[in-house]
Design a protein around this ligand. Structure first.
Ligand code: MG
Length: 161
């Protein structure tokens, strides 16, 4: 049986932080605020994978009060989600995500994001979809106050006991 999961995350854009999306350090005057590296894209994908397993969300596994995760690269969270899939004898079929950001232009970085996410989940890159869109200057993303990401994951649990 193939299970699907959904993930959604938002982080605020602030000065004095790096902008890390899909594990790529993207040149921009502002970055995302958060306890870890605040990689909103990896967080949404992590929640989608956890959701497909019926597990609790990323904040349950990696609380933002835990000093171990301060400044942590979010690929660690995807590594752990992939480990949970393997523990359940599952296989991630695919993940797909959209980043909602008014700026900067993300298209030049999409391929590297796919490489990083595929590596973190131990997947073939063809199983990773990443898109970027603006919100046409509407809402918090449109005002460049933050960046949002949404994701889905499908996990084959037919081998699960
Ligand atoms: Mg987050």
């Amino acid at each position: 049986m193939v299970h699907v999961g959904i993930g959604y995350d938002v982080h605020a854009l602030v000065e004095g932080r790096k902008l890390i999306l899909g594990g790529v350090d993207i040149p921009h005057p502002k970055g995302l605020e958060g306890h870890s590296d605040a990689d909103v894209l990896m967080h949404a994908i992590c929640d989608a994978v956890l959701g497909a397993l019926g597990e609790a969300d990323i904040g349950h596994f990696f609380p933002n009060t835990d000093p171990r995760w301060k400044g942590a690269p979010s690929c660690l969270f995807l590594n752990e989600a992939a480990r949970l899939v393997e523990f359940r004898a599952g296989n991630i079929v695919n993940v797909d995500a959209s980043v909602i950001a008014q700026a900067p232009k993300l298209f030049p970085h999409i391929h590297q994001m796919k490489i990083n996410i595929a590596a973190a989940l131990r997947l073939n890159i063809q199983r990773v979809g990443i898109k970027a869109t603006t919100s046409e200057h509407l809402g918090f993303a449109g005002r460049e106050e933050g960046i949002a990401a949404m994701a889905v994951a499908s996990v084959d649990l037919s081998q699960a006991g």
